[in-house]
Design a protein around this ligand. Structure first.
Ligand SMILES: [Fe+2]
Ligand SMILES: [Fe+2]
Length: 263
């Protein structure tokens, strides 16, 4: 039996690689966890994956790019599935600066991560990647207030942090490979897990935040928790518009956990 690789590297566009893994979520399926390498003149690594990946992440990264060339490590937010290998990458990327917000920097400090190499950037500001400028954007759905996505106007690629993620029954190489109804329920399900406040939002204001994404006209949406989605932005926005009216998520309790373990 051949073992599934822990991390798969997918060439998404000529200048973006996705380094992805799948986390099993008992009772719910699997959740993709992606990081991205942007081969700009000043290369950017978007997030660093869960710590559990350890050396496998570093090997995959080194296959995609010489870490010494990385200029920026863009932290969408310092959740454990995004900063797990940050310290190890910083060791191998002596020139890299960590792009985050003031709150992101504070949380990094609380996690014991080094904050001496941060570069603070707020939504609406942009980052110099040498041959292009990357725009910081606030995603419409998020689980942490410092969450910041980025948009590359030169390629029409949106890196959306946790937003547009999906819990899926099985792994898929591309979002387009997922059956539309499965994608819809997977996306609304994930949104209620990641953003339990969604069912309380003003629907018109939420639609405005989705319209702000539509106005960027992204051709490709690269979520931390969805397989790469090329040419599917309208579908993703339509699916997410349904999330505030999806049933709120209530996680398994101790009795349910014990039933799962017994099974
Ligand atoms: Fe998160
Ligand atoms: Fe996440």
């Amino acid at each position: 039996m051949t073992e599934q690789p822990l991390i798969t590297t997918t060439s998404v566009t000529p200048d973006v690689d996705a380094l992805g893994t799948w986390l099993p979520v008992p009772g719910f399926g699997v959740l993709p966890v992606n990081t991205f390498v942007i081969r700009a003149a000043r290369p950017v690594l978007v997030d660093t994956g869960p710590a559990a990946l350890g050396d496998a992440f570093l090997r995959a990264l080194e296959t995609a790019i010489d870490p010494a060339r990385i200029a920026w490590i863009w932290l969408t937010h310092p959740d454990p599935d995004h900063v797990g290998n940050l310290a190890a990458v910083l060791d191998r990327a002596p020139r890299a600066r960590v792009v985050t917000t003031f709150l992101g920097m504070a949380k990094m400090g609380l996690l014991g991560l080094p904050v001496d190499r941060v570069h603070l950037l707020n939504p609406g500001q942009s980052l110099d990647a040498g041959d292009r400028r990357l725009l910081a954007v606030a995603p419409p759905v998020f689980d942490a207030p410092e969450s910041t996505g980025l948009f590359d106007p030169s390629t029409g690629t949106l890196f959306s942090a946790d937003c547009f993620g999906a819990l899926l029954p099985t792994a898929a190489a591309r979002a387009a490979d997922v059956e539309p109804e499965t994608l819809r329920t997977g996306m609304t399900g994930w949104a209620t897990v990641d953003a339990p406040w969604l069912h309380r939002v003003d629907r018109a204001r939420f639609r405005e935040s989705l319209q702000a994404v539509a106005d960027l006209q992204p051709k490709t949406v690269l979520s931390s928790h969805l397989p790469p989605a090329v040419g599917m932005t309208d579908t993703l926005l339509r699916n997410l518009a349904l999330a505030p009216d999806a049933p709120p998520f209530i996680g398994p309790d101790q009795a349910a956990l014990e039933r799962m373990l017994a099974a």
